[in-house]
Every structure is written in C-alpha cells, then in structure tokens.
Design a binder for this molecule. Structure first.
Ligand code: CP
Ligand code: NVA
Length: 306
C-alpha cells in the first residue's frame, strides 16, 4: 500500500483539508472515536529542537489512538550526523508505523519522506509548520462558524508560520494581509504557491510593511516570535528591525470589534505582543494549543485510513 505524508499543506487539496478539519471537530466532540486506530503501532518522534505543545500533543494523541510514541531527542539519533538521514528513514520504517519530525532544514523532511515506507509528518521545519496552522484554522472555524471571506492579519516575522498560514488561508478561502519589516518577507516559493491557490478560491493575499494597514478590519490578528528557533544569534539585530511591529491594544483597535488574537506560542510578552492583548478577552491562544491535539489525531486518522 502506498503511504501518504503530511509535509506541507500545499500537497493537500481544499477538499482534503476540509475532510481533516471535519474529522478534528468530530474527534474533539467525541473523543473515543477510532481510538484503536494505532493499536500495535509505534510512532517515532524525531525532535531536533525543543517543544512543549507539539511533543505533548502528539504523544497524547498517539496514546489516545491506542499507539505507542517513541520520543527521540536531538542527541539520540543526531539526524544527518551519526548516519545518513536516508538510513535513519529506512531503519525506522522497519520498526515503527510512522515518523513525526521537527527539523532545522526542511530538506531533511523531504529526505525522510523519500526513504521512509511509513507516513512522515512535519512537526515544524525552518520553512513550515502545517500541524500548527491546521489547528489554527480549526480554531478560527470554531470561533466564527465559517472560514471563507474572513480576513487574517499576520504582523511580524515572515517565517515558517507565515508561509504555512498563507498557503492555508489560500486553500480555505480566507484573506491574509502580512505586514513584515523590509527584508523579513515570507518565503518567495510559498508566496507564489499561495497566490496560485488564492486565484482558485477567491482569497486575497497582500504582502505589506505597514502593520496598521494589515490590521484594518481584520477578523483574526496573528503574530509569532521575532526570533525563531535556530536564529538566536540574530536576536539583537532582529529586536531593532522589528521595532514598531508589536501587536498592542492600539494596533488591535484597528481590527474588527469581534476579532480574535492568535499566537502559535511560545510567546514573548512585551516583544511581538503586549501582555494586555495576549492575556485579553480577544485572545484564543490556549484553544489553539488544545486544538493541536485534535487536529493531529485527525491527520493521523486521515493518513492511516487512506
Ligand atoms: N507551537 C508550537 O509548535 O509549540 P512547541 O514549540 O512548544 O511545540
Ligand atoms: N517560528 C517559531 C515557531 C515556534 C512554534 C519557530 O520556528 O521557532
């Protein structure tokens, strides 16, 4: 049987995304459903970077589906250092039913996918974070009862989250205005893909530099850290460059009165977001975090029942 991976939302049709989201809502409302799907299977969790939400929600989700999670910390298998990534993929495929991987270089996911005979799930790379973004889209759907035509404003660093958010919004028919400092725009390849999908769904994608313009009438305000994992050496320079890009209550007042505030976490109060906004009444950050569990269970159900 041929396997299917979950590396990028770009590989998933709008219909597949709708199917996974529907499943996620069902699993959230009826937690016992399909709980034996991973019975007798182990899933390897390869993490090259730290994690709270991703690791714990995957381990919990695998447990709830009847499977066994094997966490592999950065020094355990030393992806690409101790032995070639291709050999790791081929070896693990002889033991486990799936691989979940958080990597520094997206190319390592492609390599794992190429040589693995079991499904590979992207748990974050330098280029994308599709599990997080699908949980975010599920959260938007819960809060507004729809997706099509809603406007998201993403303000801050054009990073892995931005790349995945643009593709996801385009696939589900949401509009997205991205405001970054010059030089911090999202990846050009993801932008081109998102623009192409947007044409099909009627979504509008704008790349801007003015946070106020982006926030105008937004239904969803989104931001992420200014310094992603692996960029720690650039911290001082980034703090200078991102001055003026914080989502604070003044900026949030430009959004729709019923807007929600989102952040994938971990967050830095006083940097990309003010404490009163992230801890205020519009914030849905812990619903997003919870939905990681439901959406990832739905992704696994989808991959293993295809
Ligand atoms: N949002 C997210 O992926 O969190 P962790 O880095 O804690 O897994
Ligand atoms: N952009 C952040 C997301 C963390 C979940 C990072 O890559 O560190």
């Amino acid at each position: 049987m041929s396997k299917r991976d979950f590396i990028s939302l770009a590989d998933y049709s709008s219909k597949d995304i709708a199917t996974i989201l529907k499943l996620a809502h069902q699993l959230k409302n009826n937690p016992d459903k399909k709980s034996k799907l991973l019975k007798g299977k182990s899933i390897a969790l390869i993490f090259q970077k730290p994690s709270n939400r991703t690791r714990v929600s995957f381990e919990t989700g695998i447990f709830q589906l009847g499977g066994n999670a094997i966490y592999l910390a950065p020094d355990d298998i030393s992806l690409g250092k101790r032995e070639p990534t291709a050999d790791i993929a081929r070896t693990l495929s002889r033991y486990v039913g799936g691989i979940v991987a958080r990597v520094f270089h997206h190319q390592d996911l492609i390599e794992l996918s190429k040589y693995s005979t079991v499904p590979v799930i992207n748990a974050l790379s330098d280029l994308s974070h599709p599990c997080q973004v699908l949980a975010d889209i599920m959260t938007v759907e819960e809060k507004f009862g729809k997706l099509k035509g809603l406007k998201m404003a993403y303000i801050g660093d054009g990073n892995n989250m931005t790349n995945s958010l643009m593709v996801a919004c385009a696939k589900v028919g949401m509009h997205i205005s991205v405001a970054t400092p010059k030089g911090y725009e999202p990846d050009a390849g993801y932008t081109q893909k998102a623009l192409a999908y947007a044409k099909e769904t009627g979504s509008k994608i704008s790349l801007l530099h003015d946070p106020r313009q982006a926030a105008q009438n937004a239904d969803v305000l989104y931001t992420d850290t200014w310094v992603s994992m692996g960029q720690e050496e650039e911290t001082a320079e980034r703090f200078k460059d991102f001055d003026g890009y914080q989502i604070d209550s003044k900026l949030a007042s430009l959004a729709s009165k019923k807007h929600i505030f989102m952040h994938c976490l971990p967050a830095h109060r006083g940097q990309e977001v003010s404490a009163d906004v992230i801890d205020g009444k519009h914030s849905v950050i812990f619903d997003e975090a919870e939905n990681r569990l439901h959406v990832q269970k739905a992704i696994m159900v989808f991959l293993y029942t295809k």
